[in-house]
Design a protein around this ligand. Structure first.
Ligand code: PMP
Length: 408
């Protein structure tokens, strides 16, 4: 009798089409191989959590372990703990957004919010608009639901509204397949650019004219090193779906993010979330709540800002000093990343091996486009994690690798 047991080798044809279509990242395996201690990484997007004061962590965690242990170790509501949502409302108020706790849902980082939004809104073939390049993790989250992602290029002032309008003309007004436009208006990942106020207003006007939702992802809004605060899209239009996170202002290890959205939208996302995780981590939510109420978190944030500002300046200074005139790069006023554009014939994916040999890593630009082809002559480099000295050395190494590829 044939055995009903399926071995690992035989599972290939059982894999769902949506996963089969996903490309494994060649870059990830390259990085995994690169464990040499002399390699300086400009590839990650990690905040420097060593800057967090131990006392603040201890105070915030003590509440979860001592005062509220029974709640911390128990299931919570799908939307998340009320007290933590109240804290989120306070954080949003600082940014100019008025919201109530019932318009807030806590998620397992902003990453799971991206997945939940895709799960709630995208049917296969639906159109999603995004900046091009855009956040790799958003592309990964969306791709499981098989949308047609159309990328709109940006310049120094954020997403190009003329190109967005041209794309919308092609899609047509009121097209039911057009679901949402995903934007990172502040210090975009990977671009480092910020959308200027006129374009923010125009995007919202277009969303009403053509009938699509705006999803505003804002992990970096508070990481501003120069210039003034920009009003979030959410403050200008209550229908915007806003994503926030503590990852860059506190700690990404406490997987806590949030969605601020109209109640009718949240009710649908709540249904999607029940099947995903029932509820987020009560423990993490209590720690987060106490961190933002009982510790001098704003002082800690200032420390993050001054350290990152210095690292950003070190990177921009080194790019000016070492990079060839054929290269162009963005000048971020905040966030964690610089986007570099090289001549068209340079392929940053195939250059990565040489960069690793030279002791430096970056993320090749094509990772940030859904077609995996556009952006081949570009790269994302990060300045939040290494010391200024290491950043300067890494840029110097990278410049040499690039120069070897330039056609003279
Ligand atoms: N959105 C963007 C634009 C990001 O850069 C990141 C993380 N790097 C996330 C979402 C996910 O953040 P979280 O740690 O809150 O899941």
């Amino acid at each position: 009798m044939p055995s009903a047991h399926i071995t690992f080798d035989q599972t290939g044809d059982k894999i769902a089409g949506r996963i089969r279509k996903m490309r494994p990242s060649a870059v990830r395996s390259l990085f995994a191989a690169a464990v040499r201690p002399d390699i300086i990484s400009l590839s990650g997007g990690m905040p420097d959590v060593s800057l967090l004061p131990e006392e603040s962590i201890r105070d915030a965690t003590r509440a979860a372990i001592e005062d509220e242990r029974a709640v911390a170790l128990q299931y919570g509501g799908t939307d998340g703990r009320l007290e933590t949502r109240q804290v989120v409302c306070g954080l949003m108020r600082d940014l100019g957004v008025r919201c109530k706790p019932d318009e807030v849902m806590l998620t397992t980082g902003a990453q799971s919010a991206l997945d939940l939004i895709a799960k709630t809104f995208i049917d296969p073939g639906d159109i999603v608009l995004a900046e091009g390049p855009t956040y790799l993790g958003a592309l990964q989250a969306f791709s499981a639901y098989e949308p047609d992602v159309r990328c709109i290029p940006f310049d120094d002032e954020g997403m190009r509204m003329d190109l967005l309008e041209a794309e919308l003309e092609r899609i047509g007004k009121g097209n039911p397949r057009l679901k949402f436009c995903y934007v990172i208006p502040n210090f975009q990942n990977p671009g480092g650019v910020t959308m200027v106020p006129e374009r923010r207003k125009r995007l919202l006007e277009l969303s009403h004219e053509y009938g699509f939702m705006v999803v505003e992802d804002d992990p970096y809004g508070r990481l501003r090193y120069d210039g003034g605060h920009m009003i979030p899209l959410k403050a200008l239009d209550a229908r915007v779906v806003y994503l926030g996170t503590i990852s860059k202002i506190f700690a990404p290890g406490l997987r806590t993010g949030w969605i601020v959205a109209p109640k009718d939208v949240l009710a649908r996302i709540n249904l999607a979330k029940q099947g995903t995780d029932l509820c987020g981590s009560s423990f993490d939510q209590i720690v987060v709540e106490h961190y933002f109420t009982d510790t001098p978190w704003e002082r800690t944030l200032q420390r993050f800002l001054s350290v990152y500002r210095e690292r950003r300046d070190a990177m921009l200074g080194a790019l000016d000093e070492f990079f060839p005139p054929e290269a162009r790069w963005t000048h971020p006023e905040g966030g964690l990343f610089v986007w570099v554009t090289l001549p068209d014939y340079v392929d940053t994916g195939s250059m990565l091996g040489a960069a690793l040999d030279a002791g430096v890593t970056y993320v090749p630009g094509d990772s940030f486009y859904p077609d995996g082809v556009t952006g081949r002559n570009c790269m994302r480099i990060n300045f939040s994690y290494e010391t200024p000295e290491n950043i300067v050395e890494a840029v110097r190494r990278l410049a040499k690798v690039i120069e070897e590829r330039l056609e003279l």
